[in-house]
Design a protein around this ligand. Structure first.
Ligand SMILES: C[S@@+](CC[C@H](N)C(=O)[O-])C[C@H]1O[C@@H](n2cnc3c(N)ncnc32)[C@H](O)[C@@H]1O
Length: 322
């Protein structure tokens, strides 16, 4: 007796008999795609709210508009869109950040290229830009420096805003990483701001001292995650973002010590420093600025209610005399 697969019509799947196997696969509906994306992302360990937001962003990347998505959830996706979503999802399931997959991130009124060379700019940093603008003179030419510029997010957001205001500004931005500076310069071009920022490579404040700057504002979002916390970071961060951008090593306060001890020499009298920091080390950072070269040092909360920023004013020069 034959033991192979049954060949008679009786045992063949009916789709074969009817020829349906060659029929085109029905196209996935938008609403089905949304459910598929969200569920796959959740299964990969992504928070439900984040999964929902990301599924929306992925669908927008296929060329759908927000209005189409809202008004016509039963529309079929094209085969090309479905393929594009599948490719994105495969990478995202491995916890690669969506911004790396798409290659860009909105920040302020900018569209920034992001790559593994730069920190993906975070929404809190937009609040730092807002804060910095509040401490900047609103009239006349201003000079600004951004230490550890990464993608150029802060420097370019300030440049864009001052350009829109018609306020003359000289802006310098530095980074130790040449790869980051290349991305920042590309971002300046992308956003038609290439003549607005001067990019300097070097360690800490050294590039600014070399230019003998006297600034109206010094701003920075330096690396501040202590190395001991590295393993607790999300896979998107620890496996894909540059370590140089995240951690200064064992001493989480390293860059704040530098800014507190040397930053005032780069500022005009009574000009301001604004920095981003971690909630957990806010008080320790504030303590570094309780020295005579600084006045009015204060912590500020972000929109989520966490201590996230510190602003300090350079004291008038008479306070420095021995
Ligand atoms: C937290 S990221 C901030 C990037 C960007 N400013 C932002 O807010 O999205 C810190 C940046 O500091 C840079 N950096 C690290 N060590 C540095 C050093 N010793 N001197 C200058 N920049 C440094 C990193 O390359 C990184 O781009």
């Amino acid at each position: 007796m034959a033991t192979g697969a049954p060949q008679s019509g009786l045992y063949r799947p009916c789709a074969t008999i009817l020829g349906w196997e060659n029929a085109p696969k029905p196209l996935m509906l938008l609403i089905e795609a949304q459910t598929w994306l969200i569920q796959t992302l959740i299964n990969a360990g992504i928070e439900p709210a984040e999964a929902e937001a990301e599924s929306r962003w992925m669908l927008l990347e296929t060329g759908l508009s927000a209005v189409q998505m809202r008004l016509n959830p039963d529309q079929p996706l094209s085969a090309a869109s479905e393929k594009q979503l599948k490719q994105m999802l495969e990478r995202r399931q491995k916890r690669e950040p969506l911004q790396h997959i798409l290659g860009h991130q909105p920040f302020w009124d900018l569209n920034l290229k992001v790559s593994p060379d730069v920190l993906i700019p975070r929404p809190e940093t937009e609040e730092l830009v807002e804060l910095a603008l509040a401490y900047l003179p609103t009239q006349g030419p201003v000079q600004i420096a951004d230490m550890g510029t990464g993608s150029g997010a802060i420097a370019l957001a300030l440049a864009q805003t001052l350009q829109k205001r018609g306020q003359p500004a000289e802006i310098w931005a530095s980074d130790l990483s040449e790869g980051a500076l290349a991305v920042a310069q590309e971002n300046a071009q992308r956003n038609q701001l290439e003549k607005r920022v001067l990019w300097l490579q070097g360690d800490g404040l050294t590039p600014f001292f070399k230019q003998a700057l006297q600034l109206d504002l010094l701003v920075s979002n330096p690396p501040y995650i202590p190395l001991k916390d590295w393993q607790e970071l999300a896979p998107e961060v620890k496996d894909f973002e540059p370590r140089l951008a995240l951690t200064p090593g064992e001493d989480a306060l390293l860059f704040y010590r530098l800014l507190a001890s040397e930053g005032s020499h780069l500022l005009k009298a009574e000009a301001w420093l604004c920095v981003e920091l971690d909630h957990g080390m806010a008080q320790a950072t504030l303590a570094l600025f309780q020295i005579p070269t600084w006045q009015n040092a204060a912590l500020k909360k972000d929109l989520r209610g966490c201590w996230r920023f510190l602003c300090a004013q350079k004291s008038p020069s008479k306070h420095h005399s021995p």
